[in-house]
Design a protein around this ligand. Structure first.
Ligand SMILES: NC(=O)c1ccc[n+]([C@@H]2O[C@H](COP(=O)([O-])OP(=O)(O)OC[C@H]3O[C@@H](n4cnc5c(N)ncnc54)[C@H](O)[C@@H]3O)[C@@H](O)[C@H]2O)c1
Length: 327
């Protein structure tokens, strides 16, 4: 199968490209490089520079394609509340363009990057796919809307999809094949690393009075290589079963913010400069996934998501970037 990976120059997309190439798929990457990086591209995959908002270029990129992995989106929750128009354009109009272009070119399989943000505030500590859907930010709303669009395009146009609701994506390729670092990251581990390497003078822990063992928030951290494998399995599933699915991807095991920082300090044998700050609104105490459905439907199992592996693989990429630059 030839697969178009939209957003394949990004953090998760580049890991998906590697997994697809290793499984023997023919891969074409489509990316506007707005946040993606050339350094993340694999020479074994064809690269087309272009935007989801350019319908003609998008249709051309879909020539002779059997399936699509769509990862291209803006993803900063705070920004989505301040500038919803940016998110409406990119995450919704862009994604609807894709559904229309796929219809036009008769491409039938789509794997979509959704998010735990579709659920909103958790009503249970561990969430399965039938948990109520009540996004509390515009970013999560765009992901939920896209799932609804895909359901309609399945019914009306026969596009079969697997929507993967990622929890917290972390870690880097363990072979060191993917080295692009995100600029101005907002996720915990990159912020820990930036503090470690002096790019930030210090970091904050938002709230240490939650109802958790150490008082800090607990999240479900899933290694990006495990996420990537799920996309490959999802495409194989679509080809085999021709049925749409919505699936959580997480480990089911949570780690607290403090635990992540202290584990990093232990592994790198260095102190991290952090302070306690007040809670942020909209942060639940605990958010973990039940991924039993992905396990039974795709035969997927997280294999790279132990904390040590997550931290070491991230540290190596930061070392490669910052220690090399200093020499
Ligand atoms: N990182 C996480 O923890 C996380 C969690 C849940 C869901 N997601 C979703 O996973 C997907 C990938 O996230 P990521 O962390 O790799 O982000 P990223 O910013 O590294 O990757 C997004 C890629 O899409 C490209 N892109 C953006 N808009 C585009 C457009 N209009 N046309 C063409 N290309 C475009 C960017 O250049 C980039 O390469 C996103 O859809 C995000 O919402 C990420």
């Amino acid at each position: 199968m030839r697969i178009l990976v939209i957003g394949g120059a990004g953090y998760i997309g580049s890991h998906v490209v590697k997994s697809l190439l290793n499984t023997g798929f023919d891969v074409r990457v489509y990316d506007d490089l707005s946040t993606g990086k050339r350094i993340n591209l694999f020479k074994q995959a064809e690269f087309v520079e272009g935007s989801l908002l350019d319908m003609e270029s998008l249709k051309k990129a879909l020539d002779n394609v059997d399936g699509v992995v769509h990862l291209a989106a803006k993803k900063a929750v705070g920004e989505s509340m301040a500038e919803p128009e940016k998110y409406a354009n990119n995450n919704l109009i862009g994604a609807i363009n894709l559904l229309n272009a796929m219809t036009d070119k008769n491409v039938k399989y789509l794997v979509f990057s959704s998010s735990a943000a579709v659920y909103g505030m958790p009503q249970t500590p561990q969430l399965n796919e039938s948990h109520p859907l009540n996004p509390i930010n515009f970013y999560g709303f765009t992901k939920l809307e896209m799932e609804r669009f895909m359901e309609w395009y399945d019914r009306l146009k026969g596009i079969k999809f697997v929507s993967l609701r990622y929890f917290n994506a972390v870690g880097y390729d363990e072979d060191g094949d993917i080295l692009g670092l995100e600029e101005k990251p907002q996720n915990l581990l990159p912020v820990v690393m930036e503090t470690l390497f002096g790019i930030r003078s210090q970091m904050s822990i938002f709230g240490n009075d939650y109802d958790t063992p150490d008082g800090t928030c607990i999240r479900d951290y899933i290694h990006v290589t495990d996420l990537a494998t799920a996309h490959t399995l999802a495409l194989q599933y679509l080809e085999r079963e021709n049925t749409s699915q919505i699936l959580n991807l997480g480990t089911g095991t949570g780690h607290s913010v403090l635990e992540m920082i202290q584990e990093t300090e232990r592994i790198v044998n260095q102190k991290i400069n952090y302070t306690m700050a007040p809670r942020r609104s909209g942060d639940p105490a605990k958010l973990t996934a039940s991924s039993e459905k992905a396990q039974s439907i795709l035969g997927w199992q997280p294999k790279h998501s132990d904390l040590e592996n997550i931290i070491r693989s991230t540290w190596h990429v930061y070392q490669n970037t910052y220690e090399k630059n200093q020499n």
